[in-house]
Design a binder for this molecule. Structure first.
Ligand SMILES: C[S@@+](CC[C@H](N)C(=O)[O-])C[C@H]1O[C@@H](n2cnc3c(N)ncnc32)[C@H](O)[C@@H]1O
Length: 231
């Protein structure tokens, strides 16, 4: 086992924390290769650690964006935002969540600077949007209870009352975005209830989502970081 795959013996024992090596990550992602190369396909890693799977999914999406939009800066920035908005993770360890967000942000910023050396870095506004999306999508939570973690000493009532994990769905219509918030528990329940999936007009199987707990009005995507916190 590679040293980078574990942080400490204690964490291996207590949380089963052994990170997956890059070769295995890629072999597994190749099983759903087409989806990993679709810019807007949504991925959720329910025990994401410091992000080994999510990082590779992002790299694959960015490669598609580079090939298609390298010469159109506005479109490249929009598609990169869509790609980031589709990547979700949960982990019970706060430091893993923070590390995962930072890794994803570093990858996207370095990639952007390589593609556009004359710009050096994304604008402050765009950077704030990317950072906001990552911090809203990569959440500290317990994937078993589908709630924020509580201390092992918490009472049954405290466990029951812990905040539910709430994800935001980001749907883009050109450069406008609609945010809808869902409890993860409701999404999981709806998914098991809708198997086999309903078919749409084209005969494709689709997942019928539950009602959102909140839906926001459409806004321009560059307002993502400033708009929601005031609502
Ligand atoms: C085997 S590691 C895998 C990490 C990552 N998926 C990877 O492949 O590199 C397991 C991860 O699950 C997290 N974990 C353990 N119990 C969890 C729970 N109940 N809810 C969410 N995450 C949990 C640990 O903190 C750890 O990061």
């Amino acid at each position: 086992m590679d040293e980078q795959q574990i942080k400490s013996r204690q964490r291996v024992t207590e949380r089963g924390e052994v990170f997956t090596a890059e070769r295995e990550v890629n072999a597994m992602l190749d099983l759903v290769k087409q989806e990993t190369e679709r810019i807007d396909s949504r991925f959720l890693e329910p025990a994401c650690g410091n992000g080994n799977f999510l990082v590779e999914i992002l790299r694959r999406k960015l490669e598609v964006i580079r090939r298609q939009y390298q010469k159109q800066l506005g479109e490249l920035e929009l598609q990169t935002t869509i790609a980031l908005s589709s990547i979700y993770g949960v982990d019970i360890m706060k430091d893993n969540v923070e590390e995962c967000c930072q890794r994803l942000l570093d990858i996207v910023c370095n990639w952007y600077s390589e593609i556009h050396p004359q710009l050096k870095a994304p604008s402050q506004k765009l950077l704030a949007v990317w950072s906001y999306l990552l911090h809203r999508n990569i959440l500290w939570g317990d994937a078993l209870t589908l709630r924020e973690p509580v201390s092992p000493k918490a009472s049954i009532i405290e466990q029951r009352d812990a905040n539910p994990i709430t994800f935001s769905e980001w749907s883009f219509i050109r450069d406008m975005v609609i945010r809808k918030d869902f409890h993860l528990a409701a999404l999981v329940q709806a998914q098991s209830a809708s198997v086999p999936f309903v078919k749409n007009d084209q005969g494709n199987e689709v997942f019928l989502p539950p009602d959102p707990i909140r839906e926001y009005r459409p806004i321009h995507y560059l307002k993502i970081a400033t708009y929601y916190d005031t609502k």
